[in-house]
Design a protein. Sequence first.
Length: 177
Amino acid sequence: MEKIRINAQQMVKLAPTLHAGDNVLLSGIIYTARDAAHKRMIDLVDQGKKLPFELFGATIYYAGATPAPEGLATGSCGPTTSTRMDVFSPRLLDLGLKCMIGKGGRSAEVCEAICRNQAVYLCAIGGAGALACRCIKKQDVIAFDDLGCESIKRLEIEDFPLITAIDCHGGNLFKRP
């Protein structure tokens, strides 16, 4: 099956062109954040404070990278279960988030927010974090360093293989016909 090459910085324009089942090779800048970081981001929004990165058009990867071995930008960096972020995701999507990367299905509320905001949910292969880290060319901690591997990191990625799981047209690989 053909793979669609996408630059993460063009997600505002490209997310609506993706359909459930599309294979994607994603390159560019993305950010890691798991549930503890999501809670802190929502707290910042509630306090009227600036987020650690520009949310509009951004891609968040639900992952906590392990320390980097010699010669690599990061250690294993596989996806975490996305439902843990479902309580936060609709609000972040309404604030401009365009793409989420994780594993597993999403709640009805998240699916509705994806459609409402012309966003997309991509899935990475669970259990393949040691292979995924080879697509990460650079990693910098940008916020919440005290969270260790769950801190927010800015990643520069190249040809990260993903599958479009939920699109903004109502397509959803997790729905049973």
